[in-house]
Design a binder for this molecule. Structure first.
Ligand code: RNT
Ligand code: ZN
Length: 424
């Protein structure tokens, strides 16, 4: 099957699309000028099912799970970087990579509370060479001191201190990324702490977590180098009945301590969307990190598709004029499909959702709304769904020198044949 479009077809479709949008007062070229500058933070962990390089023998554990065994998974740093290079080459724009503490580059095992910038120096070299930004995450799972489901809220002060020291070490690594690359790193904290069944004491673990966080963030770090975010959750695997780091907990923490709040699209009640939260949260916390994900019935971390939910999130960022203070990161790990395909499709969709939002005739919609013309508002919102945003997207991909339309699949299939299928 030939999916290829000629340059002339791409241009002609774009010209028509531009006119269609212009009729609603929308400048498609201006939308693309904004889109090209928005970085998406790709998550390293889609490439190897969240295993990392700390201990090749140890599987993933601690409240998250990757399902599927599609062949060709990256099992060392070189493979992961090669796979990432492939994915970035199929995505328009300049983007970032979110690393995890467990993705260190070291020949020997380093205790997590002793991680140093030098263990991530080769990632910095790679990021510089590829012109990517870097973000970071503390890793409080897949570890013997997290196996009973508690880390920073653990009853044992020694275990708490181990994790506090890990988190502090990671902030310094984040600051090192920021200094080396000249752009702030966002270091995100998620912990698995919680109970499978109904607790008798919900308060004490939260008091312990609060004290641990204050210890972790006690040291001031220049926000031009590193900024911290805390990720809330409603429920998890093994923490179905109680999660210490709930939304209320971290919203209060972020608002009073001035750290960023991380909202993961899969971490709420299935009918609850993070889109509606942005305009509230941004009144109280200066910046937000998003983990754009797709839960299917639960926090299943499916690849991001162009759902209503995704569109609503992107609309809210644009409508709130918050592209500067909402950082868009991804968080999914599907091991049942080609992992480079997962990154590529998920990231392209995040960008497509953002483009649709940028192409919205905001002033016209608000005009209807403010005049009480809710029928006009509904009519226009529905009409927009049929406008040729795809032609604008194709044109953008062509301009940015990445595959147009389904062409990216040919490259993924080639890479699978030449590289992934040779891995054991
Ligand atoms: C888990 C959180 C967290 C992880 C990553 C791997 O529920 O979403 O962000 O997915 O740290
Ligand atoms: Zn997440």
């Amino acid at each position: 099957m030939n999916f290829q479009l000629s340059d002339a077809q791409i241009q002609a479709a774009y010209t028509l699309a531009e006119e269609r949008y212009a009729a609603f007062g929308v400048d498609a070229a201006a939308a693309l000028a904004v889109l090209v500058d928005v970085p998406i933070s790709l998550h390293c962990w889609q490439g190897d099912d969240v295993l990392g390089f700390e201990d090749p023998e140890r599987g993933l554990s601690g409240g998250i799970m990757a399902t599927g065994n599609y062949p060709g998974k990256a099992s060392n740093i070189d493979e992961l970087r090669a796979d990432l290079d492939k994915a970035y080459s199929l995505i328009p724009g300049r983007h970032r990579l979110a690393l995890h503490g467990s993705y260190l580059d070291s020949p020997s095992r380093i205790p997590r509370d002793e991680l140093l910038p030098q263990h991530f120096a080769s990632w910095v070299d790679w990021a510089k060479a590829q012109d990517h930004g870097l973000d970071f995450n503390q890793t409080l799972f897949s570890h013997e001191l997290a196996d009973d489901g508690f880390t920073l809220a653990h009853q044992d002060a020694g275990i708490r201190q181990f994790w506090i020291d890990h988190c502090i070490a990671c902030r310094d690594i984040g600051a090192y990324f920021g200094a080396e690359l000249g752009e702030a790193c966002i270091t995100n904290l998620w912990i698995p702490d919680g109970y499978k069944d109904s607790p008798a004491d919900r308060l004490a673990p939260r008091q312990r977590l609060l004290a641990a966080l204050d210890a972790i963030y006690a040291k001031d770090i220049d926000p031009a180098l590193n900024r911290d975010s805390v990720e809330c959750k409603l429920f998890g695997l093994g923490s179905e009945s109680y999660v210490v780091g709930s939304h209320e907990f971290y919203l209060g923490y972020a608002a009073t301590r001035g750290v960023l709040l991380c909202l993961d699209a899969g971490h709420f009640h299935p009918t609850e969307t993070i889109a509606d939260k942005l305009s509230s949260v941004l009144l109280y916390v200066p910046e937000v990190l998003l983990h754009v994900s797709r839960g299917v019935r639960w926090d299943s971390d499916h690849v991001v598709t162009l759902t209503d939910d995704l569109q609503a999130i992107m609309q809210e960022i644009v409508r709130c004029d918050a592209l500067e203070n909402v950082h868009i990161g991804l968080d999914f790990f599907d091991a049942s499909i080609n992992r480079i395909g997962a990154w590529t499709i998920g990231t392209r969709n995040a960008l497509r959702g953002l483009l649709m939002a940028l192409l919205e005739p905001r002033s016209l919609l608000r005009q209807y709304e403010n005049a009480g013309d809710f029928t006009g508002r509904l009519g226009l919102l529905e009409e927009l769904k049929g406008l040729p945003f795809g032609a604008v997207w194709d044109y953008h991909c062509a301009q940015q020198g990445v595959p147009v339309g389904m062409d990216f699949m040919r490259e993924i299939r080639d890479y699978e044949r030449t590289t992934l299928s040779k891995r054991n």
